[in-house]
Design a protein around this ligand. Structure first.
Ligand code: B1M
Length: 210
């Protein structure tokens, strides 16, 4: 079994320590950080999603896998982050109200930072009011809204409406994403952009602010 396979298996097994050690080993062997993420960790968590969706595993198993994934991401974080001193723009990013999924959102934050965008991570379960406060406090050019549930996608629409009502919609570009989100949905709810993954989100943000 290749080391990347071992990493995905460790995530699937919810083996937090094993994931950390195997990712460290991959880094020592100079495996590219993006490959560790996309071909190792992500493969594992996606398989967990399939098994969970099929009712073969339950929430505690998913939580352990998520913890293992987090641990692996922590190891490669310094390799994905930029060490450039200049910031080219500012964004606030959060997972919308009612939604606790934060792994993808954290990756979006990480990748945006890697292209020198100053990102305020608002966390998960973030209300429209908190996003509006965030805009007033931090004055970002970009607001990123992550949603992983078909139910919480509607909250993205609600938040954009709330921005209009609060008179802050024109101050920011709104980027949306998350597994069930599509470009069609972005068009429908009047978002400015959609990104399918964290790297595309960073590219979109960079293009907009530079
Ligand atoms: Co949940 N969950 N979960 N879960 N969970 C899903 C999303 C689900 C698809 C699983 C399934 O059934 N197959 C399903 C949703 C079904 C649906 O809505 N149609 C589901 C469900 C049902 C639930 C609960 C309702 C289960 C329950 O309690 N009965 C519950 C809801 C809790 C809540 O939020 N209120 C729940 C809970 C959980 C855990 C807490 C156990 C855990 C989350 C832990 C955590 O995040 N700290 C969890 C997990 C881990 C998953 C799966 C297995 C993995 C999600 C993940 O982290 N993927 C997921 C199945 C799946 O997605 N395959 C599932 C890896 C991550 C890197 O990918 O988040 O997609 P992702 O992010 C990507 C892109 O989407 C994109 O870039 C990221 C990186 O490339 N992206 C953006 C994300 N945000 C973006 C924002 C952008 C741009 C791009 O711009 C701003």
């Amino acid at each position: 079994m290749s080391l990347l396979n071992e990493i995905s298996e460790a995530v699937i097994a919810g083996n937090v320590e094993g994931t950390r050690e195997k990712v460290k080993l991959a880094v020592q062997q100079e495996v590219n950080a993006s490959s560790i993420l996309n071909d190792g960790l992500m493969v594992g968590i996606n398989e967990i999603g399939v098994r969970f969706g099929a009712g073969k595993i339950f929430v505690p198993t998913v939580l352990m896998a998520a913890k293992a994934m987090h641990e692996g991401v922590e190891v490669i974080k310094p390799l994905l982050e930029s060490d450039g001193p200049t910031t080219v723009g500012k964004a606030i990013v959060g997972t919308v109200k009612g939604d606790l999924h934060d792994i993808g959102k954290k990756l979006v934050v990480l990748m945006m930072r890697s292209v020198n965008i100053d990102v305020i991570d608002m966390g998960s379960n973030v209300t429209a009011e908190q996003f509006i406060e965030g805009i007033k406090e931090h004055n970002p050019q970009i607001v990123g809204l992550s949603a992983l549930l078909t139910t919480t996608m509607n909250e993205q629409a609600h938040i954009i409406k709330a921005f209009e009502e609060a008179g802050v919609r024109d101050q920011v570009k709104v980027l949306i994403g998350g597994a069930p989100v599509t470009q069609g949905w972005a068009n429908k709810i009047n978002a400015d952009g959609f990104a399918a993954d964290a790297a595309s989100a960073a590219n979109w943000a960079k293009e907009y602010v530079t």
